[in-house]
Ligand binder design. Structure first.
Ligand SMILES: Nc1ncnc2c1ncn2[C@@H]1O[C@H](COP(=O)(O)OP(=O)(O)OP(=O)(O)O)[C@@H](O)[C@H]1O
Ligand SMILES: Nc1ncnc2c1ncn2[C@@H]1O[C@H](COP(=O)(O)OP(=O)(O)OP(=O)(O)O)[C@@H](O)[C@H]1O
Ligand SMILES: [Mg+2]
Ligand SMILES: [Mg+2]
Lengths: 229, 229
């Protein structure tokens, strides 16, 4: 369960004060398949960064899985994220010195400390599920844009997190690869009650989610239940 | 005019030899509005890198504007690109220590050596045309994904190049921003006979181009004249 109350975020830079989120309120139930949509610059990534404990709100409250994450320190936030959340970054954020395989394996090593044999099977399975099995030995700078994006998706799903935050996860993917990812995520939602929250412009995702929240200039201006799966 | 004859590209890494392009042939007329499409990993970015003199072919010939660019050295290639081509990178490739304004102004300073007053008007005009006028003083890490993409687009168009290579230019843009960019580009094609070559999965672009080339696994498998503008 995720509850936002009067959530605000102001970026202070020397030149300007940016009100990226201006008092946002919503509740997202466990096992939801939901998406935030809205114009470029409307605050979608900012909101996902707050829910993902990657940044602190300026005001308001944010409850995730019962914890008030708006009050967590940096270290506690990182631990909470590692144990509960899978994050797919808009710019992928892969570790350049690790191969595709090692990037996907990383959360299993760092967070969950699983034995090697279990890790190898899980990583290989997920790379195959996103169509990247034969690219596992490559480094990020040897991969295409959509290949990097799929490695980032596999990495976020590998720990079977309760909550997945996916920022434009299909922006660089063709039709078949995009629907392959959406089906993979829907299966996790159906089998494991994983909650998925997307930020996207992609109508292929918007057509498959149950609820669409519209952000405009840092405000929630609409909420629509749709016919998705 | 762009002519490719039996164009091949092989990436050699320690682990593996990747045949990214396997003998591609095509002719693109001046003033075209054309797009390469195809699955993630099919060779679209690789092909745009060759046409844009950012990389050398492994075999075959590539003629751009009458020059055999497959035989140009690194420096000559960079000069040719600076004078004839505007390139919109799939990962934007903005200079982190320059503001949005300075990033767009950069090609006018480095390549065309225009007087300051002329530069300022041109940069301001293009930033406004992509909806980024009020973000001009920000650095790339203070911009959203789609805002960075629009700065990268403005930078590629600012020198009025003969040829624009656009790699997934609308991947992070909402409906209105995406069509704003497409209209801006169509106007340049109509007014200045600028040639536009896209690499994309975005049906919003595919629906507006005149000709679609399909790449699959490094081969050109289809060419379709469509009803675009
Ligand atoms: N520097 C490199 N070293 C090795 N292999 C590479 C390198 N760059 C690209 N490749 C490989 O070449 C193939 C084509 O890559 P390319 O980036 O051209 O694909 P693409 O069609 O642009 O894909 P996408 O739609 O995902 O952006 C891919 O399999 C990729 O892994
Ligand atoms: N570090 C920062 N410093 C200052 N302003 C910022 C920073 N990060 C984001 N912003 C601004 O906050 C606003 C919201 O940005 P955000 O990245 O959340 O938008 P978005 O909805 O994800 O956009 P897009 O669809 O283009 O990715 C934008 O105007 C952006 O310029
Ligand atoms: Mg964003
Ligand atoms: Mg590409």
């Amino acid at each position: 369960l995720i509850v936002a109350q009067n959530l605000t975020k102001i970026y202070n830079t020397e030149e300007v004060e940016v009100h990226a989120l201006r008092g946002v309120d919503f509740t997202i139930e466990e096992g939801s398949f939901a998406s935030f949509v809205g114009p470029s610059g409307s605050g979608k990534t900012t909101l996902l960064n707050l829910i993902g404990c990657l940044d602190k709100p300026t005001g308001g409250r944010l409850l995730v899985e019962g914890s008030d994450i708006s009050s967590l320190g940096r270290k506690e936030g990182a631990r909470f994220r590692g144990q509960n959340i899978g994050y797919i970054f808009q710019n992928f954020n892969l570790i350049p010195v690790l191969t595709a395989f090692e990037n996907v394996e990383y959360p299993l090593v760092m967070v969950q400390n699983r034995p090697v044999s279990e890790r190898q099977d899980r990583v290989a399975g997920l790379l195959a599920a996103v169509g990247m099995a034969d690219q596992k030995g490559k480094f990020p700078d040897q991969l295409s844009g959509g290949q990097k994006q799929r490695v980032a998706i596999a990495r976020a799903l590998v720990t079977n997190p309760k909550l997945v935050l996916a920022d434009e996860p299909t922006a660089n993917l063709d039709h078949d690869a995009a629907y392959g990812i959406i089906r993979l995520m829907e299966k996790m939602k159906d089998d494991l009650r994983t909650t998925f929250i997307f930020s996207t412009h992609d109508t292929r995702i918007i057509g498959e989610v149950e609820i669409v929240y519209t952000l405009e200039d840092g405000r929630l201006t609409g909420q629509q239940i749709s016919g998705g799966k």
